[in-house]
Design a binder for this molecule. Sequence first.
Ligand SMILES: [Zn+2]
Length: 303
Amino acid sequence: MEKRLKILFSVSVVILIIASVFIFSSIYSTPDPAYEEDKLIVAASIIPQKEFIEKIGKEKVHVVIMVPSGADPHTYEIEPRTLQQVSQAPLYFEVGSGVEFESNYMDKIKSVNPDMKVINSSKGLDFIPNPEGLDGDHDHIHAENEADPHVWTSPRNVKVMVENIYQELIKADPENKEFYQKNKDEYISELEELDQKIIQEISTKENKILVYHPAWGYFARDYGLQQIAIEKGGKEPTPQSIANVIEQSKKNNIKIIFVSPQFSRENADFIAEELDAEVVLIDPLAPDYLKNMLIVLEAFKKS
Ligand SMILES: [Zn+2]
């Protein structure tokens, strides 16, 4: 009987130890799938990049995005938790167009993961001047970044970005080259289809679009639109610049103001009232890039 008790006691102790180890590890280990062994961990800055990378890598990659949903990459301040996530990534795809998040934090990100390879996704793109740096009617550029950083809002630029991403994924994981190539070619075809659709549906309209935040410069350039922005340089517009925008919009008979969810719409609402215009929400940072661009296309078509 005493022996049985001893055995029972020993078994209980073993079970208790195993249970503690489980509980301890589930509390203290990071449950982040970035640690999954069979996936290539890839980091990037903004949400639209997630689709660009995942469409090529599918289940073979795990994408970690630095600037979370709802945050503005011009002003977002990195959190320790985010830095922790990037510490395991062998690859980082920068947007590479001068997004403030990258100018401010790439050195810090590299310092937590010195072996990480940082790739410029915008290699080969033609930049346009930063509208946030244009001073009124002059073409004098005084923004910190001379280029407009919002390159991803044109699907034509995204085709180049996707090729850049593909080239690095096959270097990092050459065994799966065929898989990546097939996926990349499929996604490029989808982007080309989108490009054709936009050309057919808006390119001939030559419309001016009134936006709160100037995120659509590349889209406007590639599809024959002209972007008028209310906010410049990330600052609240002055009463004078609001008056200018109202005058310009009246001249052009503008009836829609496009706002994005990362910014306050107070000024846009005020201008909308003055113009008897409608305020329409479009998001330059939404996930599901292709789907989102169709929503954007429908919105611009009405302008
Ligand atoms: Zn922006």
